[in-house]
Design a protein around this ligand. Sequence first.
Ligand code: NAD
Ligand code: WQD
Length: 338
Amino acid sequence: MAILITGGAGYIGSHTCLELLAAGEEIVVLDNFVNASPVACERVRRIAGKDFPVVTCDIRDANGLRRVFDRYPVDAVIHFAGLKAVGESVKKPLEYYDNNIGGTVCLLNVMREKGVKTMVFSSSATVYGASNPVPFREDMPTGGTTNPYGTTKFFIEQILKDLCVSDPEWSVSLLRYFNPIGAHESGLIGEAPNGIPNNLMPYIAQVAVGKREKLFVFGNDYPTSDGTGVRDYIHVVDLAKGHLSALQRARTVHGCEIFNLGTGKGVSVLELLSAFQKASGVQIPYEIAPRRTGDIAVCYADASKAETVLGWKAERSTFDACRDTWRWQKNNPDGYGL
Ligand code: NAD
Ligand code: WQD
């Protein structure tokens, strides 16, 4: 049997492919390469020393999906494919709703048609909105999202919950990622954003490698220890391993389950900056800038459910993630050369 990985050429998808291959799973990658390069899949093959099929297909293309299910013995789907830029989603809401929600509904219809009813889905801590106290627990209310991207995750979660209520044969794991950072220790795969990075870690890495002049720290007047925003930064390899645990669970338990994948620890912008400087030996110039619209002060997980139920917990430190990001960025200053 094989696992279909939608968005498998992307940042988190490529790292997850490696972990699945290492665990002896057969995989099929499906991606339309809107935000990824086929080079990432070549690198995964090289590190793993294993081959696997990569299909260029859009998740909104039902016939293309049908051909994939007809050709390969898919028994489960890990669904990463989606657009993820918060700011862009505010400008292009229809594109985000169409790609993320329309694409997921199309994929689910074909899965049902082909009798494949197991899915691990990439959700986000963004579904908790701004009004819950930290740490965020899976049973806290969701919604109140502040941008169309976040709303697509909230809606897709609801669609998947409804589907599981309608048909008890479905097994769905909703994984709420906190802030994924880092790269594989080989330095061969990592995060390769197009244009100006939206997220903190890739921005720091690009300043370190000389592609950007300085970091802008968005606000130093939050009610936190040093005034800068606090997040739960999780190493992408730990996150990737979490998918393997979630998949094993979904293969044995029916219904919809939700898991936070985070470290349970909050780290400020300046703390991350300092860890990166230590790990890389490079000084990063920075300037305090106004708060970014839509940001919350503090966000970190209660990660205990994943540990109790899945037997998974994050093992790598912030320092490890900075060291691995630096290795990737230094060796691949232009990412995959997109
Ligand atoms: P990414 O952009 O690197 O990966 C997404 C992949 O999906 C890309 O390879 C892209 O080409 C592909 N894709 C997009 N639309 C598609 C479509 N219609 N058909 C086929 N392929 C399509 O992003 P990532 O950081 O690896 O994120 C993976 C998933 O995790 C996304 O769903 C994202 O929303 C979610 N997520 C990411 C973060 C984060 O901070 N990186 C946090 C929480 C959740
Ligand atoms: C982290 C901290 C910023 C950039 C986003 C999405 C979320 C999820 C993960 C997908 C904040 C500060 C940032 C910079 C800065 N993605 N910052 N200067 O906003 O927590 O989460 O990515 O689901 O939905 O919203 O991550 O990395 O953008 O910001 O000072 O140049 O770094 O203000 O405090 P965020 P981030």
